[in-house]
Design a binder for this molecule. Sequence first.
Ligand code: UD1
Length: 420
Amino acid sequence: MSSYIIKGGNKLEGTVTISGSKNAALPIIAGCILNKGKTILYNVPNIHDTQMMYEIIKILGGTVQKKKNKVIIDTSKISKYEIPDILMHKMRSSVIIVGAILGRYRTATFSYPGGCDIGARPIDLHLKAFEKLGVSMSKSYGKITCECLEKGVIGNKIDLDFPSVGATENSILASVLAKGKTVITNAAREPEIVDLQEFLNKMGAKIEGAGTDKIEIEGVRELKEISYNIMPDRIETGTFLCLAAITGGKLQIEKTNPNHVTPVISKLEEAGCYIEVQKEKIKIEAPKRLKSIDIKTMPYPGFPTDMQSIMAATFTVAKGTTLIVENIFESRYKYVQELNKMGAKITVEGKSAIIRGTRKLYGANIKATDLRGGAALVLAGLVAKGITVIENIEYILRGYEGFDEKIRKLGGNIEITKAF
Ligand code: UD1
């Protein structure tokens, strides 16, 4: 297990380039399975989660060649349809590969997925959607085997009980090669779903409506080899906006899409930051001390749940009391006890966190509890007086490419140590 050692007190200043989106890359890598052949992906983030997806592709029989952020995935020799337990347990998004395997091979076996422990995170909506598409399910010894009742997936109407990002993506992936038309209503509207649609359409799929709550997929017989450039990571963008905000810094954030972080920008402006938006750039200048705000997480285009912990850390040192309401995941406040060890004054009551702003945080020995909660601790460490040691940073490495390196380039004092 590795740790970050952070000496707080430096303002972050300079220019930072945003990496490709983790949450867009994962379903797109899964989507490569749908075409029997090579796909070239650009701007793929070099993080543990993409690495894990490559492992799954390789175990199934595919090959992956990687050069920096360019990846060539060849799925022509895939011959297995079972996702190994260990990889399913490590990463929840591995479930996204099931839709693609089913779409191409009509059968898939897997166990319940793992990932960050931020709530119950069931996969009932995914399974219900597969059933609608003519897939039968049998469960034994913790494993689920899915099989198409007919010769392949059959297009149908899928009305999601909740606009789940993963269930929307899985329904799309399973329907691309289906017989007939699939219509998903109450679909999630996240930008990563638009990116998945653009990727699959470039491959030859016929999908319309991503970005709205109704997505229509006309099944096609075959796809073709393409190359595709993955969209920028909006949560990494939001994290760097908050890094500027909490340290009283000044940043230029490049290779991003400002439209994807509108709710984060408006909250930081409300708190007193000066923000200028250009085509693929955001400039932010933070005041000496932020003013408190209120936040409610919602499905896109609402305030993203993935930014909840990062905003909470940012407002621990603001003037006044900030109220956060978490509406997406039921236990996404595990990081709070770690922030409180640093002198933060946060109380959690059900879905709400009440943050009483304090002038100072103090360095402490703390542990990352999940990916975004871990990033929140890094923010706190960078303003705390003294040294902060964050253990279990494997969670953070799952989702941020070169996080410590990027922060160091901006003047932050952060080192990584490996414990054996
Ligand atoms: C994706 C993102 C994650 C983000 C989340 C919400 C990826 C790889 N991960 O996760 O970073 O925090 O969207 O924006 O893209 N639910 C069910 N049954 C299901 C599926 C989901 O009850 O079958 C519930 C979940 O427990 C949760 C809510 O729906 O309470 C939202 O989950 P979902 O949108 O599916 O999130 P993920 O796709 O897992």
